[in-house]
Design a binder for this molecule. Structure first.
Ligand code: ADP
Ligand code: ZN
Ligand code: ZN
Length: 817
């Protein structure tokens, strides 16, 4: 008897490759184990065993495998079932899915770069001889590739050695290592509540007349808090009063002053103490029982609850019930919303049962979570993660929560698999016979549509927790303000008034500007020329901080120009505006307050984002200017005013979802204002205050927005009414991509008639020196999606067989919105 295995390797091949194995190997191997296999002339890949059988391949002679890498499966049957679904639904290969699914430390291959793990002191005595040779070589040479290690050990099968070295924490594989972030604790003081009455205070000051230095400290404390209306830092108190830290300490020891930290609960979870979950209010209780009721008849339920309605606490109750049954929970969130705020909140309830899976975690941390989930260990009963955590090896999943389900970042645009994690979650949960809860204050049109059609259950919470009022939203007509000369830079008099008042009261302000950089475009006032990216068809953006022009598509940058490239004039003008310019203007308008900026440029690195959040929580920042990063489920107690600098750029974005997105963005940022007792205020500056979306935002009228947008979707055949697949063709030669796309569209039109749009050049027709053409396939509800894809694949194959087109890159993007 001869034995073979079909293996998935992490490269985009249409078919699986078959390898020969011995009878003994056939007995040992199981589907879902890793094997090292030779591929091509000299490459080695890690592959996943997909199928074990006795049929020799017809077209080629099967090679032997090199090595078995696991003693049990690391990928289970349901995962493979999901991989299959993804490859077929999103029109990609199993290799594409495998590469996205497995932590990189699992996919050793010839190109893998190996370095020493320098984070800990290492006990060399645990290494075997061959391991030690590699370990030592890395002390002389900072990185090694697999073939270097082959040379060092003088053998071919080195993956097992590398695998053991990784497991022993001696080496790491190709990645950045980020330091752990622990927010620094700022010490604050206040007068002990004992002295809050006039009388007690009087007695105290009398008593302290004999200790004038201590008395000074108290008086200074009063004056600082009267001036700033904010918590007083120990360091500020020491500076202003000139008192030494021992004097302040004496007052604390005496019980006159009380020392405290803001947000101490944000420190990483350490102990094994957990607290009980909160008692739900009536609205939450009703929602919870409606969700449970809905799950009896619907596998998916949408929870539409306004911002700050207490959705998270409802999730907590659902999670408790699932854990009770011994099942696992996956809690999906957009990457950027995965903050320590939420992690700590869940760890307070569930302790060590919570694991976090994040793309910025090290490979080692990710492998650890993977293994915990695989073994259904007590440490990973609840996985909190961004979109890629859908790939974890759950074996007993009871519930998936997709929070902020409307978020676009659940969709992966590049590379393949171009999947939507929310939709994939629904399918994955179904495979596990688990439930899916989608949650949002501003649901996506497609989810709400599904709920309306009865496909999903629908549960609503319309009031904020504690009956906090929804923020008061005011539209400011900047066209009018400009005419009446009531603008300073990009700030209307109304915005300045509200900011002045809010800051005076010691509250914080968030300003939203959906563009980073100083000003998007630099334009010559004499000849109108705007500097362009040499690699992309797009104008460069001016970044004041570095005095640079940058391309946001390819990263190209150059020094800011002194004069116009075209005519030499020095009269260059900034058109439009970005976060950096707003920050500058705030500094000038409010010189006494501290302003900071949150955008892609200021939040790089693992904790760049969290540092800004912590600073805002600790009230080190008075005004925060930011892009849409600000919208993500953050809970800031002291923010009372939100200003949206310009609503029009969002509304006018050339995309069929621009209006829906604008509505979601604005309501989400607005939701950051006034989350505690005091009602928040939101000012939206716009040239067009009568725009329907702005009216709907200001009255928080989701239904009206939904109905109106759905009308457009029906009329113009857009999702969720029609399905959509986008075909993108790319090539560095304009003429070639032009001819190719005309050929492609014509073939599609023969099958799909009027439901083909294009080819069309996208708004930015050239990126990284590649010209792009898009063709859109619109798919009516009654047309079979499977048959549609079959036809597209057939056309694609004949396309690829035309010699001239072979070098054109084709990207198929299913549900490309
Ligand atoms: P959402 O997720 O809907 O925006 P959250 O769950 O974050 O709302 O709740 C908003 C605030 O109200 C949070 O500070 C939360 O701790 C508090 N909260 C919500 N429900 C309760 C409850 N049942 N008891 C006490 N506090 C609650
Ligand atoms: Zn560019
Ligand atoms: Zn010019």
């Amino acid at each position: 008897m001869v034995y073979f295995i079909d293996v998935i390797i992490p490269v985009p091949l249409q078919k699986l490759f078959t390898y020969k194995i011995s009878a003994a190997e056939a007995k040992f191997l199981k589907v879902g184990m890793r094997v090292a296999v030779p591929f091509g002339k000299s490459k080695i890949y890690t592959g996943i065993v997909y199928h074990i059988h006795n049929n020799a391949p017809v077209a080629y002679e099967a090679k032997d495998i090199q090595q078995i890498l696991d003693d049990s499966s690391i990928v289970n049957d349901i995962q493979l079932q999901l991989w299959n679904w993804m490859a077929s639904y999103y029109m990609c290969t199993l290799g594409d899915v495998m590469r996205a699914a497995l932590p990189s430390a699992f996919i050793l291959e010839s190109e893998t770069v190996i370095t020493l793990n320098t984070v800990k002191t290492f006990d060399e005595s645990i290494l075997k001889d061959d391991e030690f040779l590699v370990f030592e070589a890395l002390h002389h040479q900072s990185t090694l590739k697999i073939h270097d290690i082959s040379n060092i050990l003088d053998k071919k099968n080195v993956l097992p050695v590398i695998k053991r070295l990784i497991e022993k924490d001696a080496i790491i594989v190709e990645e950045e290592v980020y330091e752990k972030y622990i927010p620094k604790l700022v010490r604050y003081v206040k007068l002990h509540t004992h002295f809050s009455s006039e009388k007690e205070l009087h007695n105290l000051l009398d008593e302290l007349s004999r200790a004038p230095k201590q008395r000074d400290v108290i008086m200074t404390l009063f004056s600082i808090s009267a001036k700033t209306k904010k918590p007083v830092k120990v360091s500020d108190l020491a500076n202003e009063s000139g008192a030494s830290s021992s004097i302040i300490k004496a007052l604390i020891d005496k019980g006159v002053l009380e020392e405290y930290h803001i947000q101490t609960d944000r420190v990483q979870y350490i102990g094994d103490e957990t607290e009980n979950s909160k008692l739900l209010n009536e609205a939450q209780k009703t929602a919870l029982s409606e969700i449970n009721e809905s799950f009896k008849t619907h596998q998916v339920t949408l929870l539409h609850g306004v911002t700050s309605s207490g959705k998270t606490e409802v999730y907590v109750k659902l999670i408790e019930a699932v854990l009770e049954k011994g099942e696992q929970v996956l809690y999906l969130l957009p990457e950027i919303a995965l903050t320590t705020q939420l992690v700590t909140r869940l760890q307070n309830y569930f302790g060590e049962q919570v694991s976090v899976f994040h793309s910025k975690y090290s490979a080692h941390e990710r492998v650890e979570v993977w293994n915990h989930v695989l073994r259904n260990s007590a440490k990973a009963k609840i996985v909190l993660g961004a979109r890629s955590s859908i790939f974890l090896p759950f074996n007993n999943l009871g519930l998936i929560i997709v929070d902020e389900e409307h978020e676009q970042s659940f969709k992966q645009f590049d590379p393949a698999p171009r999947y939507h994690a929310r939709d994939t979650a629904v399918v994955f949960a179904h495979m596990h016979q688990a439930k899916t809860l989608l949650g949002s204050a501003t649901p996506s049109l497609e989810s709400y549509f599904n709920a309306q059609q009865g496909k999903y259950g629908l549960v609503e919470i319309t009031t904020r927790f504690n009956d906090v009022l929804m923020p008061d939203i005011e539209l400011v007509d900047i066209k009018e303000k400009l005419k009446k000369k009531r603008m300073k830079g990009h700030f209307s008099d109304r915005l300045i008034e509200e900011m002045t008042e809010t800051l005076k009261e010691g509250h914080q302000v968030i300003l939203f500007q959906n563009r980073r950089g100083f000003s998007p475009i630099v334009e010559c006032k004499t000849c109108g020329h705007a500097p362009q990216c040499p690699n992309c068809d797009v104008s460069l953006t001016y970044h004041q901080y570095r005095n640079q022009l940058r391309c946001h598509y390819c990263g190209y940058h150059a020094a800011m120009l002194q004069d116009c490239e075209a005519c030499g004039s020095q009269d260059l003008d900034n058109k439009g505006f970005g976060t950096e310019q707003i920050e500058e203007e705030v500094k000038v308008l409010f010189p006494d307050y501290k302003v900071a900026r949150m955008d892609l440029d200021t939040t790089r690195g693992k904790y760049g984002y969290e540092k800004i959040i912590t600073a805002l929580e600790q009230q080190e920042i008075d005004v925060l200017v930011g892009t849409q990063m600000l919208t993500k489920g953050l809970d800031f107690r002291n923010v009372k005013l939100v200003g949206i600098m310009n609503a029009d750029t969002m509304l006018n974005f050339p995309d069929f979802r621009a209006h829906e997105r604008s509505f979601q963005l604005m309501l989400q940022v607005a939701g950051r204002a006034g989350r505690t007792e005091e009602r928040g205020k939101v000012l939206i500056q716009t040239y067009n205050p009568h725009h329907n979306i702005l009216q709907q935002v200001s009255t928080n009228n989701y239904i009206e927005m939904f109905n109106e947008q759905m009308n457009d979707r029906y009329n113009f055949k857009y999702p969720p009414v029609y399905k959509q697949i986008k075909v993108t063709l790319k090539h560095k030669d304009y003429n070639r991509v032009e001819t190719a796309s005309i050929w492609y569209a014509k073939s599609l039109r023969q099958v799909f008639k009027e439901n083909i749009l294009g080819p069309e050049a996208p708004p930015i027709a050239r990126i990284r020196n590649q010209f792009h053409k898009n063709i859109l396939v619109k798919i009516p509800k009654q047309q079979s999606l499977a048959k549609t894809k079959e036809a597209i694949i057939k056309i694609n194959n004949s396309f690829l067989s035309v010699k001239d087109f072979r070098s054109v890159k084709v990207i198929l993007n299913v549900d490309n919105f």
